[in-house]
Design a protein around this ligand. Structure first.
Ligand code: DX5
Ligand code: ZN
Length: 223
């Protein structure tokens, strides 16, 4: 599977969105990672429904929606979803996980389960037919700029192994959190396919954006 970049747009300068979207298109980023937080599942708020609608009007890049919200199955209808969008819901955020994942697919988008750093891989055991991606949180959710939790690397490997054993090699594993140039290499070696690029890679202030994306792409392709 070709490694892909999912740019964490909450880490961009939100006052210059038009510029950032053009840059993402020009640099060939495969996804735009949109973090949505409800202040309950995580102690923070970020981007919302109108922002997503305007993203769909402004760019063709598929959206990688990361819902850090309680009871996501009750809120999915708030969001405009396109067929090429992926929607990740947290396994810790609902009692009805399989139903919530099926609802994403019924809405025409791709379904993904997200796991917090402490959540064991066995949460996925009865979901392998319902998944189009798995999102592995390599930091605790809620904020950008945190440090990767090393034990999550082994978790990426475990999930990749189980997906292969169940004939779902087609399902990509996404690493989300402190995906720096050096951590991206470790995550790629562990088996990650999609890399959420935020403040520790493409949105670093001190380097020009295009150089950051080039260096990041080199890092994930080198593995
Ligand atoms: C954190 C979000 C991440 C975050 C990534 O809850 O899920 O997508 O924005 O930012 P960095 O790359 O700074 O960890
Ligand atoms: Zn995220």
């Amino acid at each position: 599977m070709q490694p892909c970049i999912s740019a964490s747009i909450m880490c961009a300068d939100l006052m210059n969105m038009e510029y950032h979207l053009k840059e993402l298109e020009r640099c060939g980023c495969e996804y735009i990672h949109v973090d949505i937080m409800d202040g309950v599942f995580v102690p923070n708020y970020t981007l919302g429904t109108d922002f997503i609608r305007q993203l769909h009007q402004t760019t063709k890049i598929p959206l990688d929606l990361h819902l850090m919200v309680e009871a996501p199955e009750d809120k999915l209808d708030y969001f405009e979803l396109f067929p090429e969008d992926v929607v990740s819901i947290h396994v810790e955020s609902t009692r009805h996980l399989q139903k919530a994942l099926s609802k994403i697919r019924k809405r025409g988008a791709k379904a993904s389960a997200a796991l917090n750093p402490a959540t064991p891989v066995c949460y996925l055991d009865y979901l392998y037919d319902d998944l189009d991606m798995v999102l592995v949180m390599t930091v605790n959710p809620g904020f950008a700029g945190q440090k990767m939790i090393p034990s999550t690397l082994e978790k990426i490997t475990q999930i990749k192994k189980r997906l292969t054993e169940r004939g779902r090699r087609d399902v990509p594993v996404e690493a989300d959190g402190n995906v720096s140039f050096e951590n991206a290499v470790k995550m790629a070696k562990a088996g990650a396919d999609i890399f959420v690029a935020g403040t520790s890679s493409i949105y670093r202030q001190e380097l020009p954006f295009e150089d950051c994306v080039k260096e990041f792409r080199k890092a994930i392709l080198a593995v």
